[in-house]
Design a protein around this ligand. Structure first.
Ligand code: CMC
Length: 392
């Protein structure tokens, strides 16, 4: 194999040093800057977690207030971006729209694109965290044909997002604090996850010193796939297709059949060979939220719990160390909140934006940063002479 190590899927290649997120896949442990994910999900809140991921420490009260003020002063989109939305078909998947509009930020905010200027990097960071909820909410409003709702800076981050998604001009809409808390927790659980496919994409795009907004759009594109962030949509669709617990064995058998491409969505992980700690919190949250909303008999939740139980006792899943991942229960909560399945992955993208930008910043600020440039093991034809078309 020559001078290069063959490592498809980068299962054993570390591409960087990072101080941000730690995963112990065997123990099922996830730490943001050293703090366990369950403590942050239950005791902290998303903007505080954003501060922690970006700057390395939990903020003081004053630092948090300043950060929140900076984020809320950037929640509006340039008004001309409305025209950008109108160019899409209404039946476009919202991820297509989010990917396009995040990329289009590179055409609007020229004063935050000099990556060698620390202040401009900071402004790009805050702009992305502030605007991505507006971008996602407007993708939803556009899809359902309702008018765009402008951000409300008197609301907290999660409540403002819910307001932009669900308020309509003709009615009063008050954000339910149960939903707002659950939304905030979902954001925290998805905020970062070290060098996953989309984060690696952002780092690779950023390694060429490309425009930061374009780099984040690359992350959105990668997240869309059903093996990654798209699994939350695919998982709820699968739970609905299963429909009732008596059909679970049929789907388990399909997941085990090597001739059937079907996989149990929301199950398995490259790094976790034990419970995904995010899934544990998500499951508790699903019980809590559906209970508080009085919809605990939700059929998808019943199927999910039974499916989890059966899979965890099945030899195939035990031997391959396949456990529920973050996407297994999140869709059930988002569905109970009123989101269509097509919005699940945009919500993941919204939450992961802070992780992407924190990792991008860490890379740009690393003195040994180099352009990402994997090599290959060439398996094609050896050198040969061009043949004119008549001679082929
Ligand atoms: N259902 C059935 N079999 C599975 C599953 C599954 N969900 N996941 C893995 N396997 C089997 C797979 O067939 C393979 O078997 P064998 O060794 O006999 O060929 C073995 O387990 C290892 O799988 P792999 O595809 O080599 O593992 P990977 O680390 O490359 O893939 C994964 C990880 C997450 C892509 C995969 O587990 C999967 O496709 N899961 C379903 C999709 C999903 O839930 N994705 C969300 C991941 S967590 C959040 C995120 O990243 O966004």
């Amino acid at each position: 194999t020559g001078r290069f190590t063959y490592d498809p899927g980068f299962t054993s290649t570390a591409a960087c040093f990072s101080d941000i997120t730690f995963i112990d896949g065997d123990k099922g442990e996830l730490l943001y800057r050293g703090y366990p994910i369950d403590q942050l999900a239950k005791q902290s809140h998303f903007l505080e977690v954003c501060y922690l991921l970006l700057y390395g420490e939990l903020p003081t009260a004053q630092q948090l207030e300043d950060f929140e003020n900076r984020v809320t002063s950037h929640t509006m989109l340039h008004e001309q971006m409305v025209n950008f939305y109108r160019g899409f078909r209404r039946d476009a998947h919202p991820m297509a729209v989010v990917c396009g509009v995040v990329g289009a930020m590179s055409a609007f905010y020229h004063d935050s694109t000099d990556i060698n200027d620390a202040w401009q990097r900071e402004v790009a960071t805050v702009r992305l965290i502030a605007k991505v909820p507006t971008i996602c909410a407007w993708a939803y409003k556009y899809a359902i044909g309702q008018p765009f709702v402008y951000p409300r800076n008197d609301l907290d981050y999660a409540s403002n997002f819910l307001h932009m998604c669900f308020a309509v001009p003709c009615e009063d809409y008050v954000v339910d604090p149960i939903l707002s808390r659950a939304m905030d927790r979902i954001f925290t659980l998805h905020a970062d996850h070290e060098q996953n496919a989309s984060t690696s994409t952002v780092r690779l795009a950023g390694s060429s010193h490309a425009n930061p907004f374009a780099c984040i759009a690359a992350g959105v594109a990668c997240l869309w796939g059903p093996a990654h962030g798209g699994a939350n949509q695919a998982c709820l669709e699968m739970l609905r297709e299963i429909g009732t617990p008596d059909r679970i064995p049929e789907f388990i058998a399909r997941a085990k059949d090597k001739n059937d491409p079907f996989r149990l969505m929301g199950f398995g992980h490259r790094v976790y060979k034990n419970f995904d700690p995010r899934a544990k919190v998500m499951k508790e949250s699903a019980d809590e939220v559906l209970g508080l909303l009085g919809v605990e008999d939700n059929p998808a939740l019943q199927v999910a719990k039974e499916l989890e139980k059966i899979a965890l006792e099945d030899e195939y899943f035990i031997s391959k160390k396949l456990y529920p991942n973050v996407d297994f229960y999140s869709g059930i909560i988002l569905d109970a909140m009123g989101f269509p399945t097509s919005m699940f992955t945009p919500i993941f993208a919204l939450a992961r934006t802070v992780g992407w930008i924190a990792q991008w910043k860490e890379m740009i600020e690393d003195p040994v940063q180099k352009i990402g440039r994997p090599r290959q093991l060439y398996t094609g034809a050896t050198a040969r002479d061009y043949v004119e078309v008549e001679g082929r």
